[in-house]
Write a protein that binds this ligand. Structure first.
Ligand code: GLN
Ligand code: ZN
Length: 768
């Protein structure tokens, strides 16, 4: 029985890849230095996997940016807007596809399944010709081999590659595209086989989605051609169960199938019963999506069940999915409470569990294995009864929720007037999403404070000055609802994670978000409590500086949950309610301090939607309820805002309405406001008028025309003017002119409305 792995994190224990790539981008490093650093990382990762006891590690799971982008390059699916000269230097051309070239916009990026990883979206254009244009898979296979590692190369499968991409106008049908793509894959497989690879892992995560009959046929077509050749194929579907696609997968002429038995243990027996006699199975028993230790007893039970059907050489033990989504090595986390650390496993520890399971299932009565199982059991029991994971006071509160706590005092129609009275605002009220630039100076101050180089008092004085400057700037350009700027926050989830009981922080727990961007998700391990106010002092300080309304700024319960590693011993809905109650207290404090506008950001609400339709309504029910529980405790007069981004919201409007937020700001600049037209059921909408993801400063005329566009669908009383997201990644040199232009545009449009609407009315009443 073999211990295998499907994918290893690429970034390196100390984010070496990030720094190497960024040095290359800045010109500090040349191509050779970057490639050498990448090669060192790959070798050290194979080494680590082998130390953990993995006999069959993957190769070509590494990427300098993204594996879907690698597949774009492999298949030559390069959009025509990239000219030859953009692509002349292979590495520069590669990054140009992801980051844009002089006259060519980059390929878009979007969320990878239900993870927080983002991939580069392939574009399939009319007349595009695929041809094998890169040998990365072969090179990395040979690199491993030369270093003494026998690996299984990974490719993203042709069907998922196509389904994850976007077909542009005039592009061929999916069926034709698959047919055109297959020769490239055939060639790639032949090259791998010539290099000595006996097996490949072909990832087809789309097999875990709801597929229509046309899409299912693509699988039959593709694997009818690729299967039963050389190398042999281990087809990997993960991030969920195969459900109605299980028969399809088992019927494909491939030699092996990987099953995600963490998300769907129930598919094991049906799969074993219906499988062809000689099929190999890779059993995904160790959760690749969180950082908790595996319940080894349960995993071993599944493994034993499989042994009843399969010969030992037909079984591989593996993580449930690629380990791309977990940090590398828990041994780095010396600062964590040792008890909590005992409950956790990062990629390396997960692979040790995989190896241990494989040994346990193939060895009889080993004392050493029995001891390890006993230790794991002890840690699980300890976790279950730990006081942090079960606090009576918290459970009592979530147990005593009443329906009234999920609803505002009165409906929007009534609130609206009281809010207008409490905070008088012009037509097309303007605001920003919360953060202002996180300058190098701010980051330096925070680092200095964290390391003790500057005192708490000095740090706070510094932040107060930043806030004051931001307030004065907003007053000067005429914004209506101001923000304090979020200078005290490094990250919108981390900030709250550090302040709530039940969360722990790691020092090196990085995971790749996209390209060179990494995030360090907090670990939500216990029952959630707010010990003291978290944001109150900064918001109160900002409000005291100005007569204009300042908006309090919080991260919503669903986003706190989605962007953390969350405990697996309590239903998500219950955890969200615990978070919501903590935020509800914070909101009450902000309100008592006189803040009349409070924004609760939920950028992850839409992206948390489960992949399968069958699972979506249960999610939406608790997610929307959690938001309402957090925000419904306020008076009618208090405006609740929310902000959402990173998703396409066109199919999400009914859910947005159910939040009952007084104002919703959304990302819309890149879709040119098309959202506003369909969002009229929302109480008030702030469709972002400028794309903060680009350094470009939009012109007044351009902004005006976007506002006019939104006004064709939304009355100016209910339309807010704001950027598309927080401004923390931008520089003041960009933010200042952009917001000035936004305000100029808002004023011009307002003046136009005034001329059209109000002047004639005045004229009429004067002449009457
Ligand atoms: N208030 C947050 C900010 O402005 C919102 C960030 C987000 O939407 N991702 O930074
Ligand atoms: Zn945003």
């Amino acid at each position: 029985m073999i211990a295998a792995n499907l994918g290893f994190p690429r970034i390196g224990i100390r984010r070496e890849l990030k720094f190497a790539v960024e040095r290359y981008w800045s010109g500090e490093w040349d191509e050779a230095s970057l490639l050498a650093a990448a090669s060192r990382l790959r070798l050290s990762h194979w080494q680590l996997q082998s130390e953990a006891g993995i006999a069959l590690p993957p190769s070509n799971d590494f990427s300098l940016y993204d594996h879907v982008l690698d597949t774009v390059v492999m298949t030559g699916a390069i959009p025509a807007r990239f000219e030859r000269k953009d692509l002349r230097l292979p590495l520069a051309g590669y990054f140009a596809l992801a980051r844009g070239a002089k006259n060519a916009a980059p390929l878009q990026m979007t969320k990878w399944f239900d993870t927080n990883y983002h991939y580069i979206v392939p574009e399939f254009e009319a007349g595009m010709e695929f041809r094998l244009s890169g040998e990365k898979a072969v090179e990395e296979y040979l690199e491993a081999k030369a270093a003494g590692f026998n690996t299984r190369p990974v490719l993203l499968g042709p069907v998922s590659f196509l389904l994850l991409g976007r077909r542009q106008k005039g592009a061929a049908t999916l069926r034709t595209l698959v047919e055109q793509l297959l020769p490239v894959y055939e060639q790639q497989l032949a090259h791998l086989s010539n290099a000595g690879a006996g097996w490949v892992q072909i990832d087809e995560p789309c097999l875990g989605l709801d597929l229509d009959s046309g899409q299912r046929e693509l699988y039959e077509l593709a694997y009818g051609r690729l299967g039963r050749g050389k190398p042999k194929i281990m087809l990997a579907a993960y991030y969920g169960g195969l459900h109605e696609n299980l028969r399809l997968a088992l019927g494909l002429p491939v030699e092996g199938l990987h099953l995600d038995l963490v998300r769907d243990p129930g598919q094991l027996l049906p799969a074993l019963r219906a499988a062809p006699k000689d099929m190999r199975f890779s059993l995904g028993l160790v959760d690749g999506r969180n950082i908790w230790r595996c319940d080894l007893d349960r995993a071993l039970d599944l493994l034993r069940a499989a042994q009843g059907y399969l010969e030992p050489e037909q079984i591989q033990v593996a993580p449930s999915c690629t380990l791309l989504h977990v940090p590398i090595d828990l041994r780095q986390e010396t600062g964590l409470d040792p008890r909590l650390r005992g409950w956790m496993a990062f990629a390396f520890q997960k692979l040790e569990e995989v190896a241990l399971l494989a040994r346990a299932a193939s060895t009889e009565n080993s004392f050493e294995i029995a001891q390890q199982f006993a230790a794991a059991r002890r840690r699980r029991d300890e976790r279950r009864i730990a006081p942090e994971t079960h606090k009576e006071s918290v459970r009592a509160r979530t147990g005593a929720l009443r329906p009234a706590m999920f609803a505002r005092q009165q409906p929007y129609s009534a609130r609206r007037l009281q809010q207008a009275h409490a905070v008088p605002l012009p037509l097309l009220p303007s605001t920003t999403i919360g953060s202002f630039p996180q300058t190098a100076e701010i980051r330096r101050a925070r680092a200095g404070w964290r390391s003790g180089l500057i005192t708490q008092a000095e740090y706070e004085t510094f932040l107060r000055l930043e806030i004051e400057r931001a307030i004065r700037f907003q007053e000067a350009i005429g914004l209506d609802v101001l923000v304090h700027g979020e200078f005290e926050r490094c990250d919108m989830v981390e900030y709250f994670g550090e302040r709530l009981e039940g969360f722990a922080m790691t020092t090196q727990g990085w995971v790749q978000s996209y390209g060179s961007r990494c995030v360090k998700p907090p670990i939500l391990y216990g029952d959630i409590e707010r010990r003291r106010p978290m944001t109150l002092a900064w918001s109160r300080y900002a409000q005291a500086l100005t007569d204009r309304p300042v908006k309090g700024m919080l991260t919503g319960p669903v986003t706190l949950l989605q962007w953390s590693f969350v405990r697996d011993d309590l239903p998500a809905g219950e955890i969200a309610f615990q978070l919501a109650l903590a935020l509800r207290e914070e909101i009450a404090d902000l309100e008592s301090a006189g803040l009349r506008v409070i924004q609760v950001d939920e950028p992850a609400l839409r992206e948390g939607l489960p992949l399968r339709q069958a699972d979506q309504s249960a999610y939406l029910q608790w997610a929307i309820a959690a938001f309402r529980l957090a925000t419904s405790g306020v008076m009618n007069q208090t405006q609740i805002h929310t902000h959402m981004c990173y998703s396409d919201f066109r199919d999400f409007l009914p859910e947005m309405v159910k939040l009952d937020a007084d104002v919703i700001s959304v990302e819309a600049a890149r879709s040119r406001m098309s959202l506003a037209a369909s969002a009229t059921a929302v109480h008030a909408l702030g469709p972002g008028v400028y794309d903060i993801h680009s350094p470009r400063v939009p012109s007044v005329g351009e902004l005006q025309s976007l506002i006019h566009r939104a006004l064709t669908a939304f009355p100016p009383e209910r339309l807010w003017i704001n950027p598309d997201c927080g401004l923390k990644t931008r520089r003041w040199e960009e933010v200042r002119p952009a917001l000035e232009n936004m305000m100029r545009a808002a004023r011009r449009v307002r003046a136009g409305i005034y001329r059209k609407r109000i002047q004639p009315a005045l004229y009429k009443s004067a002449s009457a």
